[in-house]
Write a protein that binds this ligand. Structure first.
Ligand code: AMP
Length: 423
């Protein structure tokens, strides 16, 4: 299947080909034609399946087809739960719209309001926003949505989890009734279904894969470990140079900071991402991680939601997630866009019930692994500043051995500069 048959505008096809995409992903193949036809849609797709392009490409095609002098004003509103996701969606939209005369701007908290107010007042074509700040600015009459044609609620399940429903209701009530509403979610729960009745009209449902199935390009392992040895085990595993871009999940913000400090003391370059950090600190942490200036990013669930960073080699659940949905979102940060990735979970005695619940949910057991050469009976080692910098300081990509191909499936490595989707 090629992008050409989906009915997309020629300028958008050009941008897609410049992005290196050779064929649409399954969610794109399924969602683009009904969106172009004007239907409301619920897209149920795992993380990393290409869902941002699945809604952006057809919406941009519709904007490109508008008459040359339509009334100025925002025509597309995309709402997403976190600032990081908003920035990422904006980057994607700008890339796909690069040959169109459209303006895109973002609205989220933690930064000054004035530039956002100016952008909204200028009638920017596409607004990508977090619900809280958007509602504030709408309260100040900064936004004019009278010309709005398309509304997208991305990561709708997480927006509900984060308690955004009242804000979203108030935002949606202020929008024109005549509009197209698209909703994307990793899981289709009863709550999501009831939201669709509230906000959508006869939506088409597009569901890729089983509901809430962990990304299939990710190999999952469990390490059973006494609680006091988790950091030692992590340091032991980090001696493997294949772990060259590692996203580590911690349940609590202060524990994330502490872990990052401990890793830094051992010479592992780290950044942290959680909601106590300022917006600039969060953006810098992500940039350093993307650029390879740090090898490890320690994050909490909410901050890491929706992060799209290419090439994450490993996700480590340092703290086992409380909810299966969090597990699925966490491990979906690796194995994106057809790359391979490993998800490692540390499981202590206290986590056994959650592990069993997860295995029941995904319908299979997760392989138990033992770290070779690691002393599982040791007492926690005291911190020794003299060891600082040993073993772990080699920069990314130096002496990284070739990762083995996965067995039994199609090759998952990207091909010479082109990005192919695995069927
Ligand atoms: P998303 O699910 O929207 O977060 O997208 C995950 C990743 O897939 C992003 O890095 C996109 O750039 C990439 N992507 C989206 N569509 C395609 C495609 N058709 N072929 C290859 N990569 C894609």
């Amino acid at each position: 299947m090629s992008f050409q048959v989906l009915g997309l505008d020629a300028k958008i096809l050009r941008a897609v080909s410049e992005a290196g995409y050779t064929e649409p992903t399954p969610i794109q193949t399924a969602a683009i034609p009904p969106i172009i036809a004007g239907h409301d849609l619920i897209g149920i797709a795992q993380t990393g399946t290409g869902k941002t392009a699945a809604f952006t490409l057809p919406i941009l095609t519709k904007l490109a087809a508008l008459p040359p002098n339509p009334r100025r004003g925002t025509k597309v509103l995309v709402i997403a739960p976190t600032r990081e996701l908003v920035v990422q969606i904006e980057e994607n939209i700008k890339a796909y719209a690069k040959h169109l005369p459209l303006t895109v701007s973002t609205v989220f908290g933690g930064v000054g309001e004035q530039p956002q107010i100016r952008a909204l007042r200028s009638g920017t074509d596409v607004v990508v926003a977090c619900p809280g700040r958007l509602l504030d600015l709408m309260g100040q009459r900064a936004a004019d949505f009278s010309q709005l044609k398309h509304l997208v609620l991305d990561e709708a399940d997480r927006m509900l989890d984060m308690g955004f429903l009242p804000s979203i209701r108030r935002i949606v009530q202020a929008l024109p009734k005549q509009r197209q509403t698209l909703m994307f979610s990793a899981t289709l729960s009863k709550e999501i279904e009831s939201l669709t009745h509230e906000f959508q009209r006869a939506p088409k449902v597009v569901q890729i894969g089983r509901r809430a199935n962990p990304a299939e390009t990710v190999t999952q392992f469990v390490y059973e470990v006494p609680k006091h040895l988790k950091t030692s085990l992590l340091l032991h595993l980090l001696q493997d140079p294949q772990m060259d871009m590692v996203l580590i999940f911690s349940r609590m913000k202060h524990a994330a900071d502490r872990l990052a400090r401990q890793l830094e003391q051992k010479g592992v370059r780290c950044a942290t991402l959680h909601s106590n950090r300022s917006q600039n600190q969060r953006l810098k942490a992500l940039k350093d991680f993307k650029d390879g200036a740090v090898r490890v990013l320690v994050a909490t669930d909410i901050a890491a939601r929706g992060i799209d960073v290419d090439g994450i080699s490993h996700v480590v659940n340092y703290d086992f997630p409380m909810h299966v949905e969090d597990y699925i979102h966490r491990i979906g940060r690796t194995g994106r866009a057809n790359q391979i990735g490993d998800a490692i979970s540390f499981v202590t005695n206290e986590d056994n019930a959650e592990l069993r619940a997860l295995e029941r949910f995904i319908g299979r057991g997760i392989v138990r692994k033992k770290a070779e050469g690691f002393n599982y009976t040791a007492a926690a080692p005291p911190y020794n500043p003299a060891e600082e910098g040993r073993h772990f300081s080699q920069p990314r990509n130096q002496s990284r051995p070739q990762r083995p191909q996965h067995q039994g499936g199609q090759p998952r490595q990207e091909q010479s500069g082109q990005r192919r989707w695995r069927r």
